[in-house]
Structure formats: C-alpha cells, structure tokens
Design a protein around this ligand. Structure first.
Ligand SMILES: [Zn+2]
Ligand SMILES: [Zn+2]
Ligand SMILES: [Zn+2]
Length: 160
C-alpha cells in the first residue's frame, strides 16, 4: 500500500481532531475513527452504517450520516463523488501529497507534486487553510473495460 502511516497514528489523529472541535469521544466515535483508519478504500455512509450497527445496535443511519458530514467539514474525512455515489475516506494528514483515483476500482495512487506551489498569484487577503487536488481516471486494469462504442469513433469527450 502506498500509505505507510500506521493504523494507531491515524486513529489518534482522527480522535484528536474530534476532541479539538469539542466532540466528546464516545465509543461510537472512536469506532468510527478506527473504521476509517483501517479502511482499505472509500466507504459510503451505508458501508459505515452496516459496520457500526454490528456493535451499536441502536444507531441510526441519520446519526452515522451526520457524523460523516461533520467529520468532512472538520477536514478529518474527505468526501468523494465516485461512480456509485458519495463516499468518504480519512484525509491523509501526516505527510502532504495528492491522489490519483481510479473511477473503476477506486485504487488510489499518491504523488508528491503539489500544484499549490506552482500557482500564479492568488487573490490576496484570503487565508488558505488547506486545499484539495485529486485526479480521477482509470488504472491500467480498468481502462480496457471501458465500453467501446462501435461505429462511434469521433472524438467525443463525453458529457462531463
Ligand atoms: Zn494519501
Ligand atoms: Zn482501476
Ligand atoms: Zn498540495
């Protein structure tokens, strides 16, 4: 895996961010942190709910979803619009880098180049706290599976 930061560090980082925002660290919230720290890929709200309700029988989908949104607002999680809907992932906090994300299998590659360092003048009086830069496309394994449209060979860029 490209991400070499260990699991406990990520859990502690997420829990610390929650505490910084004044959140009480309940068993549910710690479990949420552990879930994202150990997740191999991206989790939908439904994925998280399915995990959480194994241990917390009374938890509602709304509670899970609200927590995910709040954690995204805090910058602990990042929200992605992927092929099968909105998914979440722990933001990489330890070491600055960016991602290329495969829209087919959601495999994620990291790269060190940071476009922020190469931007021309930005508007002044804007206090930048963080930024995102993600590249979406298809990995080697997924790109051949793209539907070939027979007899439709014009350079149509699609309707994105
Ligand atoms: Zn990363
Ligand atoms: Zn792929
Ligand atoms: Zn950057």
């Amino acid at each position: 895996m490209a991400h070499t930061v260990n699991h406990e560090q990520i859990v502690e980082e997420i829990v610390r961010s929650m505490a910084d925002k004044g959140w009480r660290i309940t068993g549910q919230r710690r479990r949420l942190a552990e879930l994202f720290a150990s997740a191999e890929g991206y989790l939908s709200a439904k994925d998280v709910y399915e995990h959480m309700r194994i241990e917390f029988a009374g938890i509602s989908f709304d509670t899970v979803y609200r927590n995910l949104r709040l954690l995204s607002d805090m910058g602990v999680l990042e929200q992605f619009h992927l092929a099968d809907g909105i998914k979440f992932r722990a933001r990489c906090l330890m070491h600055h880098h960016h991602h290329m994300i495969c829209l087919g299998c959601e495999r994620t590659y990291t790269f060190e180049f940071c476009p922020m360092k190469h931007l021309p003048e930005l508007p002044e009086h804007f206090q930048i706290r963080h930024h995102r830069f993600d590249i979406f496309g298809y990995c080697d394994e997924c790109s051949p599976k793209l539907p070939a449209e027979p007899g439709h060979d014009e350079r149509n860029q699609g309707n994105h």
